[in-house]
Design a protein around this ligand. Structure first.
Ligand code: SF4
Length: 267
């Protein structure tokens, strides 16, 4: 059973857990006060536009049109150029998916697919009042009766998949609840800039039950505990990418206060 403090902040998601563990003040700004983000990072805008282009193209929109519509959301020229470079990865991804589809019996394609579970891990609607944990799959394929392949698009610099493990394993917990017939889960990361898809070892349904579900629930409890003392700040390297820097006194101190030179007066 979840603790009361975990239930108070439900519904959880992988990014919400991550925010709580990283900085309770950031969690408070985003999920308690629900403040509009004053400093959205260019990377976030570009990533959102690339995701939109991939989503539309996977659903049948011509690539050029999908890219043009997504690009229109960006107003900064430098961001548009970065988007253009990333959008060249859409067609190679479609070709890869085409090859994947030809080799399997595809039952269903999932694009930007919302999933949620209740506190007892039964499936519910994403916006339902009883949702306890939820997430959105970028792309998925139910195939060969009992397999599910999930692909998550990443538009940033390639990094070790272990860094994203909590997010990706959270998807498996959600998918296992929604698609009970699936016995084997495959997780791939689509590195858009490199036009590469990196696959992890497949995970079977028993591993999801025995290992991943307890891990996700433990992480939620740890996150709830981290924010239980209120919105304390936890400045660190992540402040450079925080959308609430201008609201945060810790960030101001860390970034802009002049450093006192203890030897200055001795000269
Ligand atoms: S700037 Fe840093 S300390 Fe302040 S809320 Fe953001 S992550 Fe937390």
């Amino acid at each position: 059973m979840p603790s009361t403090r975990a239930l108070i902040h439900a519904p959880w998601s992988a990014s919400k857990v991550s925010a709580a563990l990283r900085c309770p003040r950031l969690f408070h700004f985003r999920y308690v006060e629900k403040l509009r983000e004053p400093d959205v990072m260019p990377e976030a805008r570009i990533g959102k536009a690339v995701h939109a282009a991939l989503e539309a193209a996977l659903q049948g929109t011509a690539t050029a049109e999908a890219a043009a519509v997504a690009r229109a959301a960006l107003t900064d020229e430098a961001e548009q150029r970065r988007f253009d470079a990333l959008a060249t990865g859409v067609d190679p991804f479609l070709a890869r998916i085409g090859r994947f589809r030809r080799g399997r019996r595809i039952q269903r394609q999932l694009v930007e697919y919302s999933l949620a579970v209740r506190e007892d891990l039964s499936a519910t609607q994403f916006y339902a009042g009883d949702a306890y944990y939820r997430g959105v799959l970028d792309t998925g394929y139910l195939y060969d009766e009992d397999n599910l392949a999930i692909v998550d698009h990443k538009t940033g610099v390639r990094m070790a998949p272990a860094i994203m493990r909590d997010q990706l394993e959270g998807y498996l917990v959600l998918a296992a609840s929604a698609f009970r017939q699936v016995r084997r889960f495959w997780l791939g990361i689509h590195w858009v800039a490199e036009r590469a898809v990196e696959w992890a070892e497949p995970v079977d349904a028993t591993q999801v039950t025995n290992r991943l579900i307890p891990t996700v629930l433990d992480n939620i409890e740890a996150a709830a505990l981290a924010v239980d003392d209120g919105p304390r700040t936890n400045p660190g390297p992540w402040c450079d990418r925080c959308s609430y820097r201008t609201h945060c006194p810790a960030s101001h101190q860390q970034r802009w206060e002049p450093v006192y030179d203890e030897y200055e007066d001795e000269d």
